[in-house]
Design a protein around this ligand. Structure first.
Ligand code: TEU
Length: 557
């Protein structure tokens, strides 16, 4: 059976606010995206994921939607969206829109109506509860810090917000809410888009008793009562039938704090829920005691274990991973797990190789393909992100010194991914003629797309080759996965087998040379499909791996 096109594809994520500004507003815009489509096409990706562009007060940069049917004016108009769809399709690329349906902005008309009275027709679009002993209804906490409940004084009830207090959770138990959301998604599907990225979609089903959480070891009280909740699979199936199937849309669910078992079910081909899922377990292995706002260090063995468990588990279930290191919420991976100084090029290519040879659909976040790094701003004034600002306040209240707090902020802030795309060595890295909404990283003259595209040995062309390998070698799509050297503190190695072939990936994950010995007795003649060094050893039985050296071997069994 012909496998779905998206299993051999690569998807490019655009955060439009920071991508390309054509009006001098200091914010990127849709015309700016259109002007860079040939660059994206050159990379070789098949689809663009565009983060939210709907009307929004921008408290959470568009993940706080105030009108699903209108475009934030700073980005452009509905005609610009229609043109973007057309221009992508003209280039044989597709569009995935980001949709946020766990919550709306409190500026949304529905919430503005709901808050006016307890018997307003829209009241039950959101989740309201009375206070408990004069305090919040329960001890659930927001993912952005503090309580997950805000008091609406006029009607003297609290509403639930798992994120910022300006992001009120929708009540998915209300059939009318779900139907209004499906209607809206169909409106967008009829605009010609090809898929949806579904923001925190696994949080929409809450345990309706909203109990106190007596047991959250990680301090995220409430998480167990709304993550992969009681009706979630019912809702996913319903949404699939109402929206995805009728328009043949590709879907990826962002699954906050999910489990392998849940994602096996979400993406199992015969349950018709979602095509693939993002999970974040591999991006918490440098959190101290599972807490993000700490200065923990990479647990490399745990990283290998988690990625391998998901590869094996999803393969067994016939599920499908969204493969990624970076997105608009995560630090730049070359700063986080690689080397953003001496071995920036080698380590960026190594990280890409390790991820892209796995089973799943890879996602490349804007700037990852040119090795952009964290900006390491020195002052909290330089950071914009609401989660970062809240974390700064909480860390200072804990009594940490400013230098210790800023060390953590520099490592963890979501703004690390949101500095303007570095196009060239021109003013503001060619992003804008105006004052950028967020400062450009200071290394833009050294790291920019114009330089990368001129250099045939650049990170850009390494990504381009990885994307092409996926299209050329079916083993990358279909092969099984066997981890190798799991207890080795330096080497990430695995092999894929399918249809009489073996693909072997061997990567030195660190900056010191190390020796790899193939752990099985038989070694066959191998072809090097790609390496980040010019002269890697063709014999993989024993290899002296140089700093961050990563090699892909193909063996005909
Ligand atoms: O992210 C949800 C999510 O899990 C992350 O925000 C995570 O909780 C956070 O980065 C702390 O690690 C989605 C969007 O990607 C994010 O940009 C939004 O802020 C959030 O949902 C609310 O819509």
């Amino acid at each position: 059976m012909q496998e779905p096109w998206w299993k051999r594809s690569t998807i490019y994520q655009i955060y439009p606010k920071s991508f390309n500004d054509t009006t001098g507003s200091g914010m990127g815009d849709l015309q700016g995206v259109i002007e860079k489509l040939d660059y994206i096409k050159e990379l070789g990706v098949d689809m663009v994921w565009l983060t939210p562009i709907y009307r929004s007060p921008q408290r959470d940069n568009g993940y706080d939607i105030s009108d699903y049917y209108d475009i934030e004016p700073a980005y452009g108009t509905m005609e610009d969206v229609e043109r973007l769809v057309q221009e992508l399709h003209n280039r044989d690329m597709k569009l995935m829109m980001d949709i946020v349906i766990n919550h709306t902005s409190t500026d949304h008309e529905w919430f503005q109506q709901a808050k006016t009275s307890k018997d307003n027709p829209y009241r039950d679009y959101y989740i309201w509860r009375d206070s408990s002993d004069g305090d919040a209804p329960n001890n659930w906490v927001s993912k952005f810090g503090g309580t997950a409940w805000a008091l609406e004084e006029h009607t003297d009830q609290y509403y639930l917000h798992l994120f910022d207090k300006t992001q009120a959770d929708l009540n998915w138990e209300n059939n009318e809410v779900r139907n209004k959301l499906y209607e809206m998604m169909n409106f967008w599907a009829e605009k010609g888009l090809d898929g949806f990225r579904l923001d925190v979609i696994n949080l929409v089903s809450k345990v309706q008793s909203f109990p106190h959480d007596e047991s959250a070891a990680d301090g995220q009280f409430g998480k167990a009562y709304y993550t992969d909740g009681p009706r979630i699979h019912e809702f996913m199936k319903e949404m699939n039938q109402a929206v995805f199937a009728p328009h043949n849309l590709i879907t990826v669910g962002e699954m906050s704090s999910t489990s392998l078992a849940a994602c096996q079910q979400y993406t199992s081909p015969d349950v018709n829920e979602l095509d693939m899922t993002f999970n974040f377990q591999h991006l918490k292995v440098d959190y101290e005691k599972g807490k993000k706002w700490t200065d923990g260090k990479l647990d490399f063995i745990k990283l290998k274990q988690i990625l391998s468990d998901w590869q094996i588990g999803m393969h067994q279930a016939g599920g499908w991973n969204a493969l990624f290191w970076c997105n608009h919420d995560q630090p730049r991976i070359v700063s986080r797990f690689g080397d953003d100084d001496l071995y920036r090029r080698e380590s960026a290519k190594m990280l890409a190789t390790v991820m892209h040879m796995m089973q799943g659909t890879p996602y490349i976040y804007q700037g990852e393909e040119i090795g952009m790094t964290d900006p390491k701003f020195s002052s909290i004034e330089d950071y914009n992100d609401v989660e970062t600002q809240n974390a700064y306040t909480e860390l200072k209240e804990l009594g940490l010194a400013e230098s210790a707090v800023m060390q953590i902020i520099q490592r963890r802030s979501r703004d690390n991914a949101r500095t303007p795309m570095q196009w060239s060595a021109a003013k503001n890295a060619g992003f804008s003629e105006g004052e950028p909404w967020l400062s450009v990283a200071s290394n833009y003259k050294k790291i920019n797309a114009e330089k990368e595209v001129k250099d045939k040995d650049s990170i850009f062309y390494h990504y381009q080759k990885l994307i092409r390998l996926r299209k050329e070698y079916a083993i990358i799509t279909h092969g099984d996965y066997e981890p190798l050297c799991m207890d080795n503190e330096r080497i990430f190695s695995y092999e894929r087998r399918w249809n009489g072939e073996k693909l072997l990936v061997v990567a030195n994950f660190f900056g010191e040379s190390t020796e790899f010995t193939y752990p099985k007795k038989e070694t066959e003649e191998a072809e090097i499909l790609l390496s980040n060094y010019q002269d890697s050893a063709p014999d993989y039985s024993k290899i002296q791996l140089r700093p961050y050296e990563a090699v892909i071997y193909l063996i005909k069994l």
